[in-house]
Design a protein around this ligand. Structure first.
Ligand SMILES: [Zn+2]
Length: 261
């Protein structure tokens, strides 16, 4: 993490309150539309990034179809030595596949742990290199944050992520051309236990088990021990309700698959 805990909490609360309050594509899109309306035009004087022509229509995805009782559980902000291993062990015990939105600089710091995530059948996706609020950065820096992470994951894991999750859910629609130019879809979430704030294991479990329904994308973090300590209980509770766990690209498809060689 490149920012302090206080900054993290402050910016997170400010940026995704609208997203966390609702679920599904419509609410996520509306929250982002509102954000666009109030965003500071920090990039207005800067030249556009090459190839970053905004695509239309633009979709921000917050949940899947729910076909067949399917859900996706995802883990952001890792890999974190001492935490990610526990999460992986709990997933493996239950033969569950997940998606890990990794921070590029943390992949550099813990490459073997990142490799273990992939080797155990999970999907690795892009959560930028420094975990900054992209909606307040110039286009060139947004491009760098995303591309540097694509390159890092490519070098360490020989994988090309298909999905980007902007840190804090902070992203403007007029930035969408940047990930699109890299064949990346942008995905948010529909169930948020706010485990990053360490609300207590019982609260994390209760929020996820109460709010998850077919089609949910659950947001967790392999960042703190609270999440690791209770993730087995979460998974057992969801399995007891016959949810089927699949990773992000199985859930949503591969965005821009026709462009991938
Ligand atoms: Zn994050």
């Amino acid at each position: 993490m490149s920012i302090s805990r206080a900054q993290f909490l402050k910016s997170f609360g400010a940026s995704v309150a609208g997203l966390a309050a609702g679920s599904g594509i419509a609410s996520a899109a509306q929250a982002l539309a509102n954000k666009v309306a109030t965003a500071t035009p920090a990039t207005a004087a800067l030249p556009p990034v090459a190839g970053a022509t905004p695509a239309a229509p633009v979709h921000f995805i917050g949940s899947g179809s729910g076909f067949g009782n399917r859900i996706a559980i995802s883990f952001d902000d890792g890999p974190t030595p001492g935490v990610t291993e526990v999460v992986l062990d709990e997933l493996k015990k239950r033969n569950i596949r997940s998606t890990f939105f990794m921070i590029g600089k943390r992949v550099v710091a813990a490459p073997d742990l990142a490799k273990r995530v992939l080797a155990e059948g999970h999907e690795v996706c892009n959560h930028t290199f420094n975990h900054l609020k992209l909606n307040s950065l110039p286009d060139q820096q947004v491009d760098w944050e995303i591309q540097k992470t694509q390159d890092t994951i490519g070098e360490v894991l020989n994988q090309k992520p298909a999905w980007l999750r902007p840190p804090y859910g902070a992203f403007r629609k007029n930035q969408m051309g940047i990930p699109v130019s890299k064949d990346l879809g942008v995905v948010f979430w529909s169930v948020d236990p706010r485990d990053w704030s360490q609300p207590g294991e019982a609260k994390i479990v209760d929020t996820i088990l109460t709010e998850t329904k077919p089609g949910s994308i659950i947001l967790c973090h392999d960042l703190h021990k609270q999440t690791a300590n209770c993730i087995g209980q979460v998974l057992d509770g969801l399995l007891a309700r016959d949810f089927e766990f699949i990773n992000m690209s199985e859930f949503l498809g591969q965005p821009f698959a026709s462009r991938v060689a």
